[in-house]
Write a protein that binds this ligand. Structure first.
Ligand SMILES: NC(=O)c1ccc[n+]([C@@H]2O[C@H](COP(=O)([O-])OP(=O)(O)OC[C@H]3O[C@@H](n4cnc5c(N)ncnc54)[C@H](OP(=O)(O)O)[C@@H]3O)[C@@H](O)[C@H]2O)c1
Length: 272
């Protein structure tokens, strides 16, 4: 009998929120290469359909569930449709997140709307998606992977509320791993540094990009395919004794990039 390759997701069903674009798309692709049934969600139909075509070309069974994860009933719908199609959920990646350009600004000026948009998407709905995933996994176990950020454990100017939300995700990861371990449910988080996606590229400029690269010992920014393989590992049975961790993927960088940019602007006129 042929042995399974390591990190196989064959016969597993994995849900990836925000799976149409960016890091989520990279994770969907990596899960498909590992043989999973892949479910992708998100608001915009076109990127979801592009990703679905890619998943089809990789030969895996897949399902697209369009929708805004912050709208009432959206998470229940993901669970219901996934179970109806594939029977059960083995893995769930809470990837939908980010802060749009309009929600970035000095902490002293941030308003309630900017707080709510970012914290709701990145923290509140991650919490409820984790809860829904865990409820679906009771009795059989599973693996939940949250997308945190290096910003969750470092200063995060000029997007304080994003850093606070990701710090909250790290905390939820630790608590859920503790409360759900006896159910066979593992919970881990991935904390990327700067990964090139349409969103991250739209929020930077060449000089900022140069400063970002200078902080990375491996001398480049991340690409989405740097993150997918770690998600596959965390979703696979090979990580069956790994839970409650927040794993950095950042090219070895330990310098908070937002802080550097903040100091760069703040100190422009300071003579040294
Ligand atoms: N890129 C980085 O440098 C970086 C670094 C650290 C952490 N992260 C984290 O990694 C995750 C992915 O980031 P990314 O850079 O790949 O972001 P992205 O390119 O902006 O993609 C975000 C994904 O989430 C979906 N999404 C956003 N709001 C949603 C909503 N309300 N309902 C459903 N889906 C929604 C988007 O699809 P639609 O817009 O079509 O809904 C998209 O597929 C995020 O949690 C982010 O915080 C990213």
């Amino acid at each position: 009998m042929m042995e399974q390759p390591m990190f196989s997701l064959a016969d597993k069903t994995v849900v990836i929120t925000g799976g149409g674009r960016g890091i989520g798309r990279g994770i969907a692709r990596a899960c498909a290469r590992a043989g999973a049934n892949v479910v992708i969600t998100g608001r915009s139909p076109d990127p979801l359909l592009d990703t679905a075509r890619e998943l089809g070309a990789l030969g895996v069974d897949h399902l697209v569930i369009p929708g805004d994860i912050t709208s009432p009933g959206a998470i229940d719908e993901i669970v219901r449709k996934t179970e109806a199609r594939f029977g059960a959920i083995d893995g769930w990646v809470n990837n939908a997140g980010s802060a749009s350009a309009g929600d970035v600004g000095p902490m002293i000026d941030l308003d309630e709307g900017q707080w709510d948009r970012v914290v709701d998407l990145n923290l509140k709905w991650t919490f409820f998606a984790m809860q829904a995933a865990a409820r679906a996994m009771v009795g059989r176990g599973g693996s939940i992977v949250n997308l945190s950020s290096r910003s969750g454990s470092m200063p995060c100017p000029p997007t304080a509320q994003y850093g606070a939300a990701k710090a909250g995700v790290d905390s939820l990861t630790a608590t859920a791993a503790t409360e759900w371990g006896h159910l066979g449910i593992r919970v881990n988080a991935i904390a990327p540094g700067v990964v090139l996606t349409e969103t991250s590229q739209s929020m930077t400029n060449p000089s900022r990009r140069r400063r970002q690269i200078e902080t990375v010992p491996l001398q480049r920014l991340g690409v989405v395919d740097d993150v997918g393989p770690l998600a596959v590992y965390l979703l696979s049975d090979e990580s069956s004794w790994v839970s409650g961790t927040v794993i950095p993927v950042n090219g070895g960088s330990r310098i908070p990039i937002g802080l550097l940019t903040y100091l760069h602007h703040k100190n422009k006129d300071v003579e040294v």
